[in-house]
Write a protein that binds this ligand. Structure first.
Ligand SMILES: O=C(O)CCC(=O)C(=O)O
Length: 296
C-alpha cells in the first residue's frame, strides 16, 4: 500500500517508483517465460501479432524490440499479473476502486542496441473522458543510468497535451524543439529487478538507446478508472468489460476537462510506438543506426 506522502507525490509529480514489488518465484517466472517467448522469435521474419522486431532483426539473429498485447491473452502468467492484488491495491489508491486494464506490452531494450522511445504522452495515444489513467512498468532487470531507464518530466501531467503529429498525421512523438520543455530536468526511474514504476497518462516520458551490456526489459500495463471511457470509442463492449481488474463496470462515463488532441489521422506506420515514431520530423534520442554510423 502507498503512504499518504507517496500519494501526494504522485498527484504533484505524476510518477512513483515502488522498489522490488515483484520478487522471488514470481520474478523468476516472469523472466524465464519472457526468455522463452523471445527465443521463439528465431525464425520469425517480420512483425506480427506478438513480436515487434528491431530494425536489425533477422530470422537467424533474432532481435525482439517489444512483445505486444497478445501476451496478455496467450499467457496465463501475464493475464494474472495484470490483476495481481498487490498491484491493483496500489492503483486503487490513485485512480479509485473500479479499474479496467487498457492494454500493455513488454519493451525489451536489449543490451547494445535496444531502441530509444521518443518523448511522448500516453494520453496523446488514448485520450479518455477523464484522466484517471496511468501506466505501471515492472523492470525485469536491474535498471540504472546505463541501460536506458524510463525518463519522466515531473509535473508535466498538469500541462498541455503536446502535438504528436508530423506532416499532418499522428506520429506518437513530440517534436523536442517545438515544445517549451527543458529535457535536462528529466528524472530517470531506476531500481532493482522487480521494481514497479507508475506514471500518469499525461506525463511526458521517453527513454534512450541502450548502449550498455545489460538488457533493460520493462513490462508496461496501462490502467484506467472504470468510468474513464476511451474517446476513440469501444469496438466490442463485452471485450471492454472483460478487462475489468477491480470492481464492477458501469455505463456512466465521468467527463472531466482535460486537454485532448485526437491521434488522427492515424500514424503512417502501424503496429507499435516504435513504428509510429518512425515518421517523427525530429528526434531527441540517438538511434542504434546513428551510433553505428549507418543510414537509418
Ligand atoms: O520502454 C520505455 O522505456 C518507454 C516505453 C513507453 O513509454 C511506451 O512504450 O509507451
Amino acid at each position: 500500500m502507498l503512504t499518504a506522502t507517496q500519494i501526494e507525490t504522485y498527484r504533484r509529480d505524476g510518477y512513483l517508483v515502488i522498489p522490488s514489488l515483484i520478487e522471488g518465484d514470481q520474478l523468476a517466472e516472469l523472466r524465464a517465460l519472457t526468455d522463452r517467448i523471445v527465443a521463439e522469435a528465431r525464425g520469425v521474419a517480420a512483425n506480427d501479432e506478438l513480436y515487434d522486431l528491431e530494425p536489425s532483426h533477422s530470422a537467424t539473429l533474432p532481435r525482439v524490440r517489444r512483445l505486444k498485447p497478445a501476451i496478455f491473452k496467450r499467457y496465463k502468467f501475464f493475464h494474472d499479473l495484470v490483476r495481481d492484488p498487490k498491484i491493483t491495491a496500489i492503483l486503487a489508491q490513485l485512480i479509485g476502486p473500479t479499474i479496467r486494464h487498457y492494454g500493455g506490452k513488454l519493451n525489451m531494450k536489449s543490451a547494445g542496441y535496444g531502441s530509444p522511445v521518443e518523448w511522448h504522452q500516453d494520453w496523446a495515444f488514448y485520450p479518455h473522458t477523464n484522466d484517471d489513467v496511468l501506466a505501471t512498468g515492472i523492470y525485469l532487470d536491474d535498471c540504472d543510468l546505463g541501460n536506458g531507464p524510463l525518463q519522466v518530466l515531473p509535473g508535466t501531467h498538469h500541462g498541455p497535451t503536446y502535438n504528436h503529429h508530423a506532416d499532418g498525421r499522428f506520429c506518437g512523438a513530440m517534436d523536442p524543439e517545438a515544445c517549451d520543455l527543458d529535457f535536462s530536468k528529466a528524472v530517470p526511474l531506476m531500481g532493482p529487478a522487480g521494481s514497479m514504476t507508475i506514471h500518469h497518462a499525461r506525463l511526458v516520458h521517453g527513454s534512450a538507446l541502450n548502449t550498455s551490456n545489460q538488457q533493460r526489459r520493462l513490462l508496461l500495463h496501462e490502467y484506467t478508472a472504470a468510468d474513464a471511457w476511451p474517446l476513440m470509442g469501444i469496438a466490442d463492449f463485452d471485450e471492454f468489460n472483460s478487462r475489468m481488474v477491480l470492481g464492477e463496470p458501469n455505463v456512466e462515463p465521468r467527463v472531466m476537462p482535460a486537454p485532448v488532441r485526437m491521434p488522427l489521422p492515424a500514424a503512417d506506420h502501424q503496429g507499435s510506438i516504435y513504428e509510429n515514431q518512425r515518421a517523427a520530423s525530429r528526434r531527441f534520442f540517438e538511434t542504434h543506426a546513428e551510433r553505428a554510423g549507418v543510414a537509418n
